[in-house]
Design a protein around this ligand. Structure first.
Ligand SMILES: Nc1ncnc2c1ncn2[C@@H]1O[C@H](COP(=O)(O)OP(=O)(O)OP(=O)(O)O)[C@@H](O)[C@H]1O
Ligand SMILES: [Mg+2]
Length: 252
C-alpha cells in the first residue's frame, strides 16, 4: 500500500485549511487509517492544534535533509494520528531553496522513503502560492480547497486553479483536485448559498456535498490541543468533519 496523498491549499488566509487538515486527519484516523499530518506553515497552527512538541525536528528539518521523516514524526492525542510539526524555520525556506536544482521537488524526495508506512499523508499548506506550496503540489496526488463563502471567493479560486493546472502540466501530471469544501458555512444566508451555486456552476463535480458549519467549538478546540473528535464529538463542527472524512475516503 502506498499512502493517499492530500494537501489543503488556498492562498487566501483564514479559510479553514488548518482546521480541515487536523479534523479530516482525526476522523480518518478514528475510522482506522494510519494518518500522518505534515505542517508546512511557519505559523505552526496545525502543530499546536494536535499538541505537537515544537522542540522536536520539524518539516523544515526533513525538507532540507537535516533529519529523516521517521526521526521527525510524533504522536498526537488521537490514536493512529501522527504529525510532523511546522515552525518558524519554514518562513525562510522558499528563499533558501530558490537557487537549488529541482527546488520544487525537495518535499517529494524527502517523503519518498515513508510513503509505504501510512494510509494517508495530509499536508497543510501556508496561505501563499510560493515555493513551499509548489513543493506540496509537486508531491501530492490530491488537492482539497477549503473556501469561505465570501463575495470575492471566486477571484482567488481562479488563480489557484490556474496554478494547479500549470503545476499539473509542467511538474506533476498526477495532480488532481479532489474537491472544494465550504467552511464556516452559514446555512440560511443568501450570500453563502449564492457563492455555493456560483462555484458549483463553474466546477460541477468538485464541490463536496458536506458543508462545514460555522461552529465555535471548532475554533476553541485548537487552544486545548485537541481535534474536534476528542474536544466535542457531538458538536455540529464534529459532525461536519466526520461526514467530510467519509466523503473523502469514498473519493480517493
Ligand atoms: N467552521 C468553523 N467555525 C468556526 N471557526 C472556524 C471554523 N473553521 C475555522 N475556524 C477558525 O477560523 C480561523 C481560521 O481557520 P484556519 O486556521 O483553519 O484557516 P487557515 O486557512 O489555515 O488560515 P491560514 O491561512 O492563516 O493558515 C481559526 O481561528 C479557526 O479556529
Ligand atoms: Mg493554516
Amino acid at each position: 500500500m502506498v499512502a493517499k496523498k492530500i494537501i489543503l491549499s488556498n492562498q487566501k488566509g483564514g479559510v479553514g485549511k488548518t482546521t480541515t487538515a487536523v479534523n479530516l486527519g482525526a476522523y480518518l484516523a478514528q475510522m482506522g487509517s494510519r494518518v500522518l499530518l505534515i505542517d508546512l506553515d511557519s505559523q505552526g497552527n496545525l502543530s499546536s492544534a494536535v499538541s505537537a512538541d515544537m522542540k522536536l525536528p520539524s518539516s523544515y528539518d526533513v525538507i532540507i535533509g537535516r533529519c529523516t521523516p521517521e526521526e521527525a514524526y510524533q504522536k498526537t492525542p488521537v490514536e493512529n494520528l501522527h504529525v510532523i510539526a511546522g515552525g518558524i524555520d519554514l518562513a525562510g525556506l522558499s528563499v533558501e531553496l530558490v537557487n537549488e536544482l529541482a527546488r520544487e521537488f525537495f518535499l517529494k524526495n524527502a517523503l519518498a522513503p515513508i510513503e509505504q508506512n501510512w494510509d494517508y499523508i495530509i499536508v497543510d499548506c501556508p496561505p501563499s502560492l510560493g515555493l513551499v506550496t509548489i513543493n506540496a503540489m509537486c508531491w501530492t496526488e490530491y488537492v482539497i480547497i477549503p473556501m469561505q463563502c465570501e463575495y470575492f471567493a471566486m477571484e482567488g479560486l481562479n488563480l489557484l486553479m490556474r496554478t494547479i493546472a500549470n503545476v499539473k502540466k509542467q511538474l506533476n501530471p498526477h495532480l488532481e483536485i479532489l474537491g472544494i469544501v465550504f467552511t464556516m458555512f452559514a446555512v440560511r444566508t443568501r450570500l453563502a448559498n449564492d457563492v455555493v451555486d456560483d462555484v458549483t456552476a463553474y466546477f460541477p463535480d468538485k464541490v463536496f456535498e458536506t458543508k462545514i458549519p460555522r461552529n465555535v467549538r471548532l475554533s476553541e478546540a485548537p487552544s486545548h490541543g485537541l481535534p474536534i473528535n476528542l474536544y466535542d464529538r457531538t458538536s455540529a463542527g464534529a459532525l461536519g468533519y466526520e461526514s467530510l472524512a467519509e466523503e473523502v475516503a469514498a473519493r480517493v
